[in-house]
Design a protein around this ligand. Sequence first.
Ligand code: NAP
Length: 333
Amino acid sequence: MKATRYIFVKRPYGLPDRDVFSTEEVNLNDLKKDELLLKPVYISVDPYMRGRMNDTKSYAASWVPGQPVSGGVVALVTESMNSNIKPGDYVTGQLEWATYCIANSKNVIKVDVNRFPPGYYLGILGMPGLTAYFGITDICKPVNGDTVVVSGAAGAVGLVAGQAARIMGARVIGIAGSDEKCRMLETEYGFEKAVNYKTSKNIRKEIAKICPQGVNAYFDNVGGEITDAVAASLAPHSRIALCGQISQYNSTRMPAGSFIMSIILTRSVLLKGFIVNDYASRFPEGREKLSEWLEKGQLKYTETIIEGFGRLPEAFLGLFSGLNKGKMLVKTE
Ligand code: NAP
């Protein structure tokens, strides 16, 4: 049987273009014991993949030019050599960006698409949701009445982080890149106020005005000037969950020594960088809590679904122009 899959072609300099990807046709072998023939249905594109394009050592292995691209996928099982997983079941795992692929059943987990929409297992109940959950509950640790600021607030992680903080009793302020996103955060997701960083004349002043008692916790998805602006309002003994730095991922210059360090020192701020896998042993707890909040209606979620296997590069690049609200996914057909 033949399948089409994506190949990572070359390392980008600065913002990538579509030419970093190409496709190739491959022949799939017959299945061996415990193997599954899978048809990817939803494919996740994520900002961390930009880091994998660099030739640098990081927590996720660097992609090698000429090798297939892989990431989080929800797939339909079409054939199975494992008695616990049947054709018609859905599974999730780190799989190739392909029309069909073979995986060992040990490397995937079954998901219940009747309980939650399939894409949720790549978003709110997958890596982004767990990142938000542990960053808020373990690092930001909001208590009743705290003010929590979330940057990248309308994205896959930010949307969950802000709502989790609100559920824990905080007033939540979001920062996002369009008026439409800000309106969505305020009217649908319980953010008290949201600031459009692209049109704000002075984000620092705006945050200071919205947070007159100071910011008790900051969940940072973006870094750069937005973080400098929030840092100016940090309260003594506040906490920063350093989750992402997307504003720097395509930068071709080394950032200068950060302005925020003297604030962290003089206001006794706790700054904690983290990778979601630090919490791997607690993923069941995180999934259970997020599922409970979803089923009780305390937590809401949204997805931006780009249709068509051929549009994976467009969806990935869209993360850097703010094309998505909530989780960016590609539905393969
Ligand atoms: P996302 O927020 O769904 O998508 C990316 C969003 O970033 C875009 O929609 C865009 O929204 C914003 N953005 C793009 N370029 C920007 C810039 N130059 N300045 C400010 N905002 C920019 O992505 P996600 O999956 O939820 O990830 C969010 C962050 O968390 C990323 O930094 C990611 O690397 C990080 N992350 C970390 C972990 C971890 O384990 N630590 C796990 C998952 C994700 P706007 O319209 O608002 O600009």
